[in-house]
Design a protein around this ligand. Structure first.
Ligand SMILES: C[S@@+](CC[C@H](N)C(=O)[O-])C[C@H]1O[C@@H](n2cnc3c(N)ncnc32)[C@H](O)[C@@H]1O
Length: 283
């Protein structure tokens, strides 16, 4: 278990897809233009949202995807959700063969720990490495390792939803700043890769890949949530509050903020903006 539930990933999936930066995506599509077949590895795939948000934007008609996560329950959810998403599906042993909107995708699911196995996975030498909502969890040292491993095989990387530490909640609450500071402190804790890069991840990635003589294109991809996203805002606030509570903020303050946010999410004019960056980098 990774601590990310399949239900939470399903709730955020529409907002994740809507947030994708069009300019960065267009850069990726140009990079692989003219290819009829592509092999792609999705790191920290969760329940497969990144594939569903991205595969149909790629020009290649035939795609071979390898979805990697260390959480077996999420890999199982990915398989089930991709079967539900497909127009047609055939199960080829462990692999799925799916048809979707004129594309043919083979999808392989692999359980692996990215901290231990990242260099081995890069050695599979796909045409493209991708990931969504992953890199704020990794450490600065792991980012350097990762950039070196991709550079070794000249692999391009397209990643979306790298949390940038900027949040804005409407209506405001007097505890917003204290909760946010506590959340950022929690973000920097060890999530299995050493102390996390948290909100510095995008900046550190740009530096690490530039050092490997990669060109880097990046752009903003914030969640812009409104009252129609009340359930997501409320769950998000719950997650932020739980993280803040673990850093030692008074429980009564955290609960007051969480309860306010849950109610406010359903009121007219409610909104939340959560900052992310998307990034495409290639040799
Ligand atoms: C925020 S979720 C994003 C999931 C998915 N990419 C999406 O956009 O919905 C982060 C994912 O990274 C996975 N993950 C975290 N640490 C990992 C590790 N050391 N090895 C493999 N997967 C990991 C988690 O299991 C989870 O699925």
């Amino acid at each position: 278990m990774s601590g990310f539930s399949a239900d939470w990933l399903a709730l955020r999936e529409p907002a994740d897809h809507a947030a994708r930066n069009g300019d960065v995506l267009a850069d990726v599509a140009r990079h692989v233009a003219g290819r009829d077949h592509l092999s792609i590895i999705d790191l920290g795939c969760g329940a497969g949202s990144n594939l569903r948000g991205f595969a149909l934007s790629l020009p290649a008609r035939r795609q071979s995807w390898t979805l990697i996560d260390y959480d077996a329950a999420l890999l199982k959810a990915a398989r089930e959700r991709l079967i539900a998403w497909a127009d047609e599906t055939e199960e080829l042993g462990e692999e799925l063969l799916i048809e979707k909107s004129g594309k043919t995708l083979t999808i392989d699911f692999r359980q692996a720990d990215l901290n231990a196995d990242m260099e081995r996975i890069a050695g599979w030498r796909p045409d493209l490495v991708t990931a969504a909502a992953l890199f704020d969890l990794v450490s600065p040292a792991w980012i350097d390792r990762f950039a070196a491993a991709l550079a070794r095989w000249k692999l391009p990387l397209y990643t979306v939803l790298v949390y940038d530490g900027r949040e804005q909640w409407t209506p405001p609450h007097p505890l917003d700043a204290a909760i946010h500071d506590a959340f950022l402190a929690h973000q920097r804790r060890d999530k299995g890769f050493g102390p996390s890069a948290g909100p510095d991840a995008a900046r550190l990635m740009e530096a690490a890949f530039s050092k490997q003589n990669y060109r880097v294109a990046s752009g903003e991809s914030p969640w812009r949530l409104g009252v129609e996203d009340a359930a997501l805002i409320a769950q998000l606030a719950g997650g932020v509050a739980s993280a803040a509570a673990e850093t030692g903020l008074p429980a009564a303050d955290v609960e007051q903020w969480r309860a306010f946010r849950e109610t406010a999410a359903r009121a007219p004019g409610a909104s939340a903006r959560v900052g992310h960056r998307d990034l495409f980098t290639a040799p």
